[in-house]
Design a binder for this molecule. Structure first.
Ligand SMILES: Cc1cc2nc3c(=O)[nH]c(=O)nc-3n(C[C@H](O)[C@H](O)[C@H](O)COP(=O)(O)OP(=O)(O)OC[C@H]3O[C@@H](n4cnc5c(N)ncnc54)[C@H](O)[C@@H]3O)c2cc1C
Length: 434
């Protein structure tokens, strides 16, 4: 099952724990004629980590750090190690991940295969920029070691390559020095979308991390109002990674009705007002800043048995204002609001992967409870706006993008396809490439 829980399928699963198990798993799987796919902690929302007609190799048992050199800052680890485990090694030694997504419960291999981005994209680009070398197992029995100096295209295809170029066995990544585990964070309310863009531009110059939450059900003059957050690692403070208490967990599905328009708009109103009251500067440990959702284990069950869709787009800078306005109007008019509407400007640093999602422009990420046809119809309206603006959707969040829209958004997809390992596949790839 994917993180969005809309798509479910039975799989044959292998769970290796040792590196020397991998060549046989990859080779025999391919010889048996089945298509393989490596998976991590299954935090992708749609079908990029599903492979129902084939088999999956769950890499989360290969979770060891192999070496870390504080001089070169290079850390080598098995691909199934989680970012949580990496932080536990790095932070006490005065280092941090160069790029982190909004959850630390993803594997290093999964993060590389989606070339993930974080709140510091305008400074650091994607995680792939910080990968120094990686080991890839191919279904023809070869084990290749690749770095940015690779001139065959296989490295660029593997970064953000959705697991389709083979199995990533290990990764070497460059860590970033920090002086403290604390963050200096400033929260600034903004009254409408028009105020977001100048605030983002000004903040990207002086802050390592920037992101905004927006109230996507606000309409009229308040369209796009929200809370802008900008932050940097503190210059002083402890390096101990204070363990974030896992708050509650959701052991069962909430009834779908729990998340109707009234609850979303009441939540958004409260969240915005509360944020306005608490606006200003504060110091906090890194966990609540980077990973607020990690506090509630199984938060995706809040959306009920039918699950949720994530919809994350990026549109080029020239089109960003109008396209974002049009998307927010469509969402507000549909009444299908999202609790977790996040807006961020991506910087200009090119992504290293042929299929990497980030490009310069503005990215909007939304969660929609699955209400069947009406939710699909809303996302089709959003598709039309994104396509018209020359933008694209993020495969890690997707389970439904039409093939034509994927191909238009990722013009390198055919060059990428030449590097796809014939022994590997996924539901996502079959859907968009055939
Ligand atoms: C709460 C939340 C917040 C998020 N925030 C962000 C964010 O801010 N930025 C962002 O970019 N993403 C974000 N994501 C998405 C998430 O970072 C990616 O989906 C990530 O790739 C998941 O890693 P995983 O280990 O769970 O991999 P999976 O979801 O299991 O797999 C993801 C892909 O990686 C491939 N893969 C996994 N391991 C290997 C391997 N060893 N070798 C080859 N291929 C492999 C799989 O085949 C699949 O295509 C978020 C997700 C959640 C749930």
């Amino acid at each position: 099952m994917s993180w969005g829980r809309v798509l479910r399928a039975r799989h044959a699963v292998a769970r290796p724990h040792w590196r020397d198990e991998l060549p046989a798993l990859v080779g025999e799987g391919a010889e048996a004629g089945g298509k393989l796919l490596a998976i991590g902690l299954r935090r992708s929302y749609g079908d990029s980590g599903l492979n129902p007609d084939g088999a999956v190799i769950d890499m989360s048992g290969l979770d060891r750090a192999v070496a870390f050199d504080p001089e070169t800052r290079i850390l080598r680890a098995e691909a199934g190690i989680s970012l949580d485990a990496l932080l536990a090694i790095l932070v006490p030694r005065g280092f941090f991940l160069p790029v982190t997504p909004g959850t630390r419960f993803v594997t290093l291999g999964g993060a590389v295969a989606n070339d993930v981005h974080g709140k510091n994209h305008h400074r650091a680009g994607t995680i792939g920029r910080w990968v120094r070398r990686l080991g890839l197992l191919r279904s023809d029995g070869t084990a290749v070691e690749l770095g940015a100096d690779d001139n065959t295209g296989l490295f660029a295809a593997t970064i953000g390559g959705l697991g389709l170029t083979g199995l990533i066995a290990w990764v070497e990544i460059e860590a970033m020095p920090i002086a403290s585990a604390m963050m200096e964070v400033e929260t600034i309310p903004f009254a409408s979308l028009d105020a977001f863009f100048p605030l983002a531009e000004e903040s990207d110059g002086g802050f390592d991390y920037t992101v905004a939450w927006i109230d996507c059900l606000a309409a009229g003059g308040a369209l796009g109002r929200g809370l802008f957050s900008r932050a940097r690692h503190a210059a002083t403070g402890p390096l101990a990674p204070r363990k974030q208490r896992r708050g509650s967990s959701l052991p069962f599905d909430l009834p779908g009705i729990a998340l109707n328009q009234l609850t979303v708009s009441a939540f958004n109103e409260l969240y915005y007002r509360n944020g306005r009251r608490k606006a200003g500067r504060t110091a906090m440990p890194y966990e609540p800043f980077f990973y607020p959702l990690d506090r509630i284990a199984g938060w995706n069950r809040m959306y009920g048995r039918r699950g949720l869709y994530q919809y994350q787009s990026v549109v080029p800078p020239d089109a960003a204002h109008d396209a974002t306005t049009a998307m927010l109007r469509a969402i507000s008019a549909s009444g299908q609001g999202s609790f977790l509407a996040v807006l961020k400007t991506f910087g200009e640093t090119p992504s290293p992967g042929m299929l990497s999602f980030p490009r310069s422009g503005t990215t909007l990420a939304l969660d929609f409870a699955n209400r069947g046809a009406s939710t699909l119809a809303l996302m089709e309206r959003l598709d039309a706006i994104v396509r018209e603006a020359g933008g694209r959707l993020y495969p890690a969040k997707d389970g439904r993008v039409p093939a034509a829209m994927f191909r238009a958004g990722y013009p390198n997809w055919q060059a990428f396809a030449r590097h796809v390992d014939p022994g590997f596949s996924s539901s996502f790839w079959r859907r968009v490439s055939q």
